[in-house]
Design a protein around this ligand. Structure first.
Ligand code: PMV
Length: 348
């Protein structure tokens, strides 16, 4: 093999995503307790560049030098080394690589947007591109990229595809799987492909309970079995609503999913709350604006206090009035505007 195949540079830009039916609770090696479906975002993304070198001898530990936003980040270098060592069965090259990784997010660090989905999917795509270059393959296997992303962060499995993605075995998509996500979006009404997602940053503070701890607490949650059943029903009903163009049903499920996620946290042992008082104030304003103005604008929440405002693009002008009122509830009046996107892009 020529030397120039043993070193090189790859860059991927990969988006974040927002779950409509939430993944909450896992088992085994990062397998989901229930299926989930998400909108892939467009503006909120991570750009990851890796300069790589393949070495002949196998090392015990992958050699990683990680910089985030241009600054060396030793804690992250260690995390990625541990991750690479843990995926040797899926990515044998990891014991033979020296990696210089540069990662940048399009959204501010303290904005409250979780970067794990975009960063782990960008990393997985870079790793498989490196393998493709070294082993002179034609293309990368996106299913494997989704699987590797999943091992880094469950929700990252869905960021590999746009405009929507399903992760977890479900009756609504024949080829769905617990081990990787699949793209979704060809069978639904176009209005759902032109959705906006404006992220209201209610608080930029670090969460008091991490998602990892939250997933673990689902193991002993008394509502676990009922929740998993409900998620299956919601998957069936939300995909039917998107096929039929039923915005009202779609919104009803999306909001119930968001509140159920937080209800599960409040019903954990120990119980905890990630919503802030202004989260609830904003939810009430959104619901009353929707009723008074007949505008299909809905909210969803991640595992945190911030609100994702979801609505079809054609209602953007009307929703501006609502956003004017909601801005004062946001920390530093921060709202990050996003739209449904088409998935990751290879830049180099
Ligand atoms: O991928 P994780 O482990 O960060 O968990 C994500 C969990 C939620 O964002 C709350 C829901 C989801 O499906 O993305």
């Amino acid at each position: 093999m020529a030397d120039d195949q043993l070193t090189g540079e790859v860059t991927w830009q990969s988006p974040s995503n927002i779950a409509l039916v939430k993944y909450w609770g896992k088992h085994g090696r990062q397998l989901p307790g229930n299926p989930s479906i998400s909108f892939t975002l467009d503006h909120a993304h991570t750009k990851t560049t890796i300069r790589y070198k393949k070495i002949n001898e196998h090392s015990d530990k992958a050699v990683v030098n990680f910089r985030s936003e241009g600054a060396p980040n030793p804690a992250f270098s260690d995390r990625i080394t541990t991750f690479l060592d843990s995926i040797r069965d899926h990515y044998p090259l990891s014991s033979q690589l020296e990696l210089e990784i540069d990662s940048e997010n399009s959204f501010p660090h303290s904005s409250g947007i979780a970067s794990s989905a975009s960063s782990m999917s960008a990393l997985a795509l870079c790793l498989l591109t490196i393998e493709k270059n070294i082993e002179q393959k034609d293309k990368i296997d996106m299913q494997r990229a989704s699987l590797i992303a999943r091992l880094g962060s469950g929700s990252a499995s869905r960021s590999v595809y746009g405009p929507l993605a399903i992760w977890g075995k479900t009756g609504v998509a024949e080829n769905s799987s617990d081990t990787y996500a699949i793209p979704y979006g060809t069978k639904i009404k176009p209005i759902f492909l032109n959705f906006r997602d404006d992220i209201l940053i209610i608080s930029k503070k670090k969460k008091t309970v991490s998602s990892t701890a939250g997933h673990t607490l689902m193991d002993s949650n008394p509502y676990k079995a009922t929740r998993y059943d409900q998620a299956h029903t919601h998957m069936r009903d939300i995909t039917a609503a998107m096929k039929n163009g039923d915005l009202e049903k779609f919104g009803e499920i999306v909001e119930r999913e968001a509140l159920t996620l937080h209800a599960l946290m409040m019903a954990s042992s120990p119980p905890y709350m990630l919503m802030e008082p202004d989260t609830i104030t904003a939810i009430r304003e959104i619901q009353s604006f929707r009723i008074s103005n007949h505008v299909p604008v809905y909210f969803t929440l991640d595992a945190g206090p911030n609100i994702h405002l979801l609505y079809p693009d054609k209602y953007s002008t009307q929703v501006q009035n609502l956003k004017k009122d909601l801005r004062s509830l946001c920390e530093d009046e921060t709202i990050i505007d996003d739209i449904v996107g088409q998935g990751p892009k290879q830049l180099i």
